[in-house]
Ligand binder design. Structure first.
Ligand code: SAM
Length: 299
C-alpha cells in the first residue's frame, strides 16, 4: 500500500524538460511541497541548487528529511511565495522557477487538516497554521451571499445559492465545525449519483472553501510579473495549476508579459497550449487529471 504521506509529482518529465534543469544554477521551487520535483532536479543535475518555499511548516519538516541527500544544495524557507520578490536572494543566479499550485497529497490525506470531504476531521483547511481564518470560521461567520459567491466562483457549483441558504439556516441551530457536517448538508442539497467522470459536489464545495481560506488566487498575477522581471534572460518559469480560474490568471499574465504592447516583451511562451498529463499518468495518479502546465522563457 502506498504510504499516506506519498505525493507523486505531477507532469514531472515535462517540467524538467521544459525548465531545462540540466543547466547549472539556482532553481526556485516556490511551492516545494514534499520536494517531489526538486529532488529530481537535484538528483539529475549535480550543478543545480534549489531554493524552496512552502507555507506549510509541517510539509517543510518532511521535505527537509526527503532532501537530506542534497542538503548542501538546498535552502528552505517557510514563506508564502508571494514574498519572494522582497527577499534577499541573488536573483541573477536563477535559471528556473517552478510553481506547482494547490494542495499536496500529504495535506489532503491528513484528516486533522480538514481538506478532504472523505475524511472525518475539523473544518480547518489552513495550509499555513499561522493564518487566523479557518474553513469553520468562513462557514459559520460569512454572510449567505458571500458563501454563495465562494461556492459559485471557486467551486462552479450549480446549487451554490441554495447550499449557502441551507448552511446559513442550519448554523443558527448548531455550529458547523466538522467535515462530516458539511458533507452531510452538501449531499442533502446537491443530489448526486456516482457516475464515471463526475465530480462529487462536496469536492467542489471543499475546494472552493480551501481557495477562500488560503486566498489562493490573490496576487498570483502580480507575483508572476515581479519574478519574471527580477530574473535574468533565459530564466524559465513553469506553472502547474489545477483550477480553471488559476490557469486563466497564469495564461493572461504570461500573454501580457509576452506582449509588445507593454514597455517591451519580457518573455516568450514555450507552451502554445497548456501541457496536460497523458492518460497513463492520470491512471497512475488521479490527482493529476486537472493539471495544466504553462512555461515561459525570459527574453
Ligand atoms: C501541489 S503541492 C507541491 C508539490 C511538490 N511539487 C512536490 O512534488 O512534492 C503545493 C504546495 O504548495 C504550497 N503552497 C500553496 N500556496 C502557497 C504559497 N502561497 N506560498 C508557498 N507555498 C504554497 C502548499 O502548502 C503545498 O505544499
Amino acid at each position: 500500500m502506498m504510504s499516506q504521506q506519498a505525493h507523486i509529482p505531477v507532469l514531472l518529465e515535462e517540467v524538467l524538460s521544459l525548465l531545462d534543469t540540466q543547466r547549472e544554477g539556482v532553481y526556485l521551487d516556490c511551492t516545494i511541497g514534499l520536494g517531489g520535483h526538486s529532488s529530481e532536479i537535484l538528483r539529475r543535475s549535480k550543478n543545480a541548487q534549489v531554493i524552496g518555499f512552502d507555507i506549510d511548516e509541517k510539509a517543510l519538516m518532511k521535505t527537509k528529511e526527503n532532501l537530506k541527500p542534497f542538503a548542501d544544495r538546498v535552502t528552505l524557507y517557510h514563506s508564502d511565495f508571494r514574498y519572494i520578490p522582497e527577499l534577499k536572494i541573488d536573483f541573477s543566479s536563477i535559471r528556473g522557477i517552478l510553481l506547482d499550485l494547490g494542495l499536496s497529497s500529504f495535506q489532503l490525506d491528513d484528516a486533522q487538516r480538514g481538506f478532504s470531504y472523505q475524511k472525518k476531521g475539523p473544518l480547518d483547511m489552513r495550509m499555513d497554521l499561522r493564518n487566523k481564518t479557518t474553513a469553520a470560521k468562513i462557514i459559520n461567520k460569512s454572510s449567505e451571499n458571500k458563501l454563495a459567491q465562494i461556492f459559485r466562483e471557486y467551486g462552479e457549483l450549480r446549487q451554490a445559492k441554495i447550499l449557502a441558504k441551507e448552511i446559513y439556516s442550519r448554523r443558527k441551530k448548531e455550529e458547523i465545525n466538522t467535515t462530516s457536517q458539511l458533507l452531510k448538508i452538501t449531499e442533502e442539497i446537491c443530489r448526486w449519483r456516482p457516475q464515471k467522470g463526475k465530480t462529487h459536489p462536496a469536492a467542489r464545495v471543499f475546494q472552493a472553501l480551501r481557495i477562500e481560506v488560503n486566498q489562493e488566487l490573490k496576487d498570483l498575477d502580480a507575483f508572476l510579473e515581479k519574478i519574471v522581471k527580477l530574473t535574468p534572460k533565459n530564466t524559465r518559469t513553469a506553472v502547474i495549476s489545477f483550477h480553471s480560474l488559476e490557469d486563466r490568471i497564469i495564461k493572461q499574465t504570461m500573454k501580457k508579459l509576452a506582449s509588445s504592447k507593454q514597455e517591451r516583451p519580457f518573455i516568450t511562451i514555450l507552451t502554445k497550449k497548456p501541457v496536460t498529463p497523458a492518460k497513463k499518468e492520470i491512471e497512475a495518479n488521479f490527482r493529476a487529471r486537472s493539471a495544466k502546465l504553462r512555461v515561459s522563457r525570459n527574453i
